[in-house]
Design a binder for this molecule. Sequence first.
Ligand SMILES: [Zn+2]
Length: 240
Amino acid sequence: MLNLRRPAGAYTSGNRVLDALPAGDRIDLIADLEVVNFAAHQVTHEVGAFLGHVNFPIDAVLSVVATLTNGDTVEVGTVGSEGFVETDAALHSSLANRTSFCQVRGMVGQMSMARFTSRMATSQTFAQLMRRNVRASLFSAQQFAACNVKHSVQERCARWLSMTADRVGGTEFILTHDLLAIMLGVRRSGVSEAAEALQRMGAISYRRGAVTVKNQKLLNDSACECYEACKHAFSSALRE
Ligand SMILES: [Zn+2]
């Protein structure tokens, strides 16, 4: 979380993209970020809406979903502290091309579009970091397109839970069957089977929407290769 008492050089926001900026660039973030708490299911931007701000998750996890004409929604992106939600903003768009909402409640650092746009225009370091993160998001979306076709529901469920644990920075989070079904694009019964299998092997416990990671290595090992591939893409984007 924001720590305003530390010396400016040691300032951290809790969002890994912003914290990858050089210390000097992070000083002004104190003025540019407003930390807000999002509740689960809270919509952050509706498709087609003007982007009033850019959301940098701290310990919240947000979802980007595609809504089909029959009303079905499918997750097409998940964002935690490794990124920012409104990638369109880094591509010179001021409109949301997808609906986004909070999936796991928590804190988000909000930067106004005006400040984000100004930073993109005036700081090459900031702009490069944001663009590299967009590239990692694009890589992830492509990876998950392959994942949805080739990997089992159980592998995908383990991948998704592993990524969520990394994003919240802890081993416990709230996630309903219905939401997990949307995230994985499968029926609720398919989610139950996958979660029960992971529970039987001792990787997680899952009761009334409360997930507890019991054995992180086992959970990570149960996930498909997409877990490590996407983790690598986002960590590389911070270092180049
Ligand atoms: Zn996969």
